[in-house]
Design a protein around this ligand. Sequence first.
Ligand code: ADP
Ligand code: NA
Length: 335
Amino acid sequence: MVQPTGKFHLGNYLGAVRVWKDLCDLKTNQNLYFGVADLHAITIPKPDASNFKQLRLEAIASLLSIGIDPLKAHVFFQSSIPQHAELNWMLSTFAPMGYLNRMTQWKSKSNLKESDEGTLDNTSNVKLGLFAYPVLQAADILLYKSTHVPVGEDQSQHLELTRTLAENFNKMYKKRVFPLPKTMLAPTKKILSLNSVAKKMSKSDPNQNGVVYLNDSPEEIARKIKKAVTDNISEAFYYDPINRPGVSNLINMISGTQRKSISAVEKDIAQYKNHQDFKNYVTEVLVEELKEPRLKYDNLIQDLSYLEKVQQEGASKASEVAEQTLDEVKTTMGF
Ligand code: ADP
Ligand code: NA
């Protein structure tokens, strides 16, 4: 799932949606479900209601623009399928508060430190939906009895909770209703903001200069990369995430984009002796990769009714499985 909270960026691309596209391209006949997490998107910050429909359709356009084929995958809004919310409730009755309390995302979104324990004091304004967000995510996954979940590194923790909930459910009713889904980590490491290596590149980052959007123009990409935080070390450019996090983030971007190992990228960039040359190279690589998605996106976004149709058809197919699973869950629980 991906949230319709703004334009897609390089982190979403390398960490998730390009992997989704690769799965579409496989010749095997697996069932693929790629949802737009609009129920998650109303946690924090709340989207402007007048713009939310547009944002949701933009997310569909972004998925199609990178080459996801709606004939090979179900592409839909989470909110189109009421079973997500219903299974969320069932699973929430299995979700330990202490476990949710250890998750990091609600803390970072509430400006708490990762090491903070949620107490009645410091969580009194945290909304239940934000705190319980990973339970809804578990419902998104288990509703389709998913076996593999292709996500970025930032989501591993949520996948562990998903497996725990599935296991607890199965144990409670002595029935293997849910398979335990495997985390399918993207080969690219988490992409960090260009401005601050202390945070990940994110759609919800108000500082757009730190984020390379998939539909940035070549000039915008060049401008952002030029300003990207690096360091004053003037030797050749090499990968060292601890001491050279900015440079290493750029190397990760190239490695992910070109599907090359870090050491292969290090060889390619060994020739660059100054930051400007190195950054020009990064820009070149990104501009080339994003050229096609950008053109496709510009076309797709002209036709909102087509995007709506893709979503409706995806939802109607996905509903068949969602209804079946929820029926089984309810029967198993004695409803
Ligand atoms: P965002 O945080 O930008 O709103 P989402 O929560 O919608 O992104 O995540 C969509 C997918 O993109 C998830 O699979 C997530 O793991 C991946 N992702 C998000 N940000 C990054 C990043 N900076 N680096 C790598 N993958 C990321
Ligand atoms: Na997010």
